[in-house]
Design a protein around this ligand. Sequence first.
Ligand code: ZN
Length: 284
Amino acid sequence: MKFRTPLIAIALFLGLATVIWLRSGPCDGRCVVVLDPGHGGDESGASDHGVVERDSNLDMALRVEAILKHDGIGVVLTRRTAARAGGADLPTDAATFMDLQTRVAKARSAHANVVVSIHSNSWTDPSTRGLDVWYDSARDQAAANHLLASSLLAEVQSALIGAGHAVPDNGVRDDTTLVDAAGHTSPLFVLGATREVSVDELAQRGIDPKTIGLRAGQGYQTASVDAPAALIELLYISNEADAALLKDDGARQAMAEGIARGIERYVTASHGRTTAARTSATPQ
Ligand SMILES: [Zn+2]
């Protein structure tokens, strides 16, 4: 094959080299990315301007899956339908709680190298818009979590700009800064370290401990994903302009490309740390 310009040949070489590197480098020949489309079932997440987060998140995960598989990367989704990932047979609040625990369990059993949870945001101020990416600074993989979150933010922002849609960059955010209504630190379950969810917190979450198999007075010990993880909030459904982008096929595909490139950028930049960073956190 004769290339018209050296640039095309160089671009093809770099692309092939990246695929080879992803297959043989930092993941030791085996890369598994777990994509976690947020919400499901009757817990549909944010909903406004004709966008339902549950469905938008799933569509985005399927788009990212197709891109990563094309690049030779293994992908596992925590849900592939509109239904919850887990806990669907429980009362609503308990179902929401156990749904999140199920997502962590699925990531663990998939032996993920990378976990990316996909959401879109909503806020009371309809002028708020843009991209936020969350990571957890309290886990062993804090630096890797931050690198993954930064890579996702940079690549999704870049992909949107490339598609003609500049949106605000709200930055990388640490979920250990989140506090619940009672003032307790409350990191996101899909990102955070293992922790005991107390009887009081279960009650605040509207959960009768018996419905999730606990004895009276017994707290719930969560599990933690054992791979670097980040949660991306793709724009604000509560903002009309952002919602319009979430309904635009070209903008959606650009964001999917950005997520895939962000994951690949992280894997390449981590130089083996994805595998090395996996810990032996005790399954619960
Ligand atoms: Zn969400």
